[in-house]
Design a protein around this ligand. Structure first.
Ligand SMILES: Cc1ncc(COP(=O)(O)O)c(C=O)c1O
Length: 377
């Protein structure tokens, strides 16, 4: 299939962007994920957890990191796990391991996968892998798409939820069918679960039930969980032993990662219980945007805590008005556009603790006022 050409049109000057971000940072109310904290506040919030451990991790060993790895492995229905500095390292390494095991260097993923769009072709340049792009650009991969693959594969990577298309999810039946296909072909199934944490609601399945469909899973701690940085790769004990070797080869086995590990562990404890509330709030807020605007969300009814909002105005026309509105109402409602065309802007909205602080009634008022001032102006 054709390689996607996702061109990033950018009509906003860097001065405007800086000013816009400063304005948002000064607002007392916000729609975006988690409250902003200074470095000092962040580190201070980790002190009680740090005090529970006598030693920091050392080259991937120690009670803090190994206990956390076991915790996340169990949460995702796997035998073992490995804490890593980044998802980029975790996923390319996972695919490399599957490629060596299957004696095949071809791996399949969606054209909007992070590996395809944002990693400078690391899978190819560092690991000698070839990609087979599968699925339509604006849709989740479905079972029928897999029948268009006519080359041998080592692994198929699925992303849940699919970030670049607004957090869409395939149905559980689809997932099961795709897993069955991968198994029948002897292909490893890997999950990019950077934002997996909020998917249990839609599937009405535990994270372990979802994770168990896959041979390996990557999850991220610094997005919906509000960590500092870091990722976890999970799978069988044999797979994770291999991954530990690759981590050393790639320079990812650092002398210590304790601030990242502590923040990840704290973020998991604080935010996992709130995921159903994040998902419900995302559905409510998307509905409000869809009611009030000559605009739409993608998808119309978000199945997780993420959606995209499309407004049919150019960034140059729209964004100064958004900034003025935010100043006036003391509310950060839209981030900078994730993508733009000459006539529209697309925003990525991820719901977290900030959105919960505002009642649905107040969101309704805010979004109605925003629609009136910005769109109908
Ligand atoms: C879907 C997805 N996969 C993988 C990654 C890579 O994670 P990291 O930034 O930890 O390398 C990201 C990061 O934004 C992502 O959004």
């Amino acid at each position: 299939m054709d390689r996607p050409n996702i061109q990033k049109i950018n009509m906003l000057s860097s001065d405007f962007k800086k000013q816009y971000l400063r304005t948002l940072a000064n607002c007392d109310n916000s729609l975006f994920r988690h409250p902003q904290r200074t470095m000092t506040e962040r580190l201070q919030s980790l002190l009680p957890l740090a005090a529970q451990y006598s030693e920091a991790d050392c080259y991937g060993q120690g009670e803090l990191v190994n206990e956390f790895e076991q915790q996340v492995a169990a949460m995702l229905g796997h035998e073992a796990a490995l804490f890593l500095p980044s998802g980029t390292m975790a996923q390319t390494m996972a695919l490399r391991i599957w490629a060596e095991k299957k004696h095949c260097n071809q791996v399949a993923f969606h054209p909007t996968s992070h590996l395809q769009l944002h990693e400078q072709n690391a899978y190819q340049v560092l690991h000698g892998l070839d990609s087979c792009l599968v699925g339509k650009l604006n849709e989740v991969i479905n079972r029928a798409d897999l029948d268009t693959i006519h080359i041998p594969l080592a692994a198929l990577l699925l992303e849940l939820p699919m970030r670049e298309i607004g957090g869409q999810l395939p149905t559980w039946k689809e997932l099961e069918a795709q897993q069955k296909w991968a198994k029948s072909q002897g292909i490893a199934l890997h999950l990019d679960g950077a934002r997996l944490w909020s998917c249990s609601e839609y599937y009405q399945k535990t994270l372990a039930e979802i994770g168990s469909l896959f041979d390996s899973v990557y999850v991220s701690f610094y997005k919906d969980l509000d960590g500092i940085a870091g990722a976890m790769l999970t799978g069988s004990a044999e797979f994770i032993d291999e991954a530990r070797i690759w981590t050393r080869r790639l320079g990812g086995n650092l002398i210590t990662l304790f601030p990242d590990i502590l923040a990840a562990k704290q973020g998991l404890t604080d935010n996992i219980p709130l995921m159903p509330d994040f998902v419900a709030k995302a559905a409510t807020i998307a509905k409000l945007f869809n009611q009030h605007f000559p605009t739409h969300t993608i998808p119309l009814c978000p199945p997780c805590n993420l959606f995209h909002l499309v407004i049919e105005q150019s960034a140059k026309e729209l964004m100064p008005k958004v900034m003025k509105w935010s100043e006036q109402y003391n509310m950060a409602l839209l981030p900078l556009p994730r993508t733009q065309t000459d006539t529209s802007c697309r925003f990525e909205i991820s719901i977290g603790q900030n959105a919960l602080k505002v009642s649905n009634h107040d969101w309704q008022k805010a979004i109605a006022s925003f629609a009136h001032d910005i769109i109908l102006d």
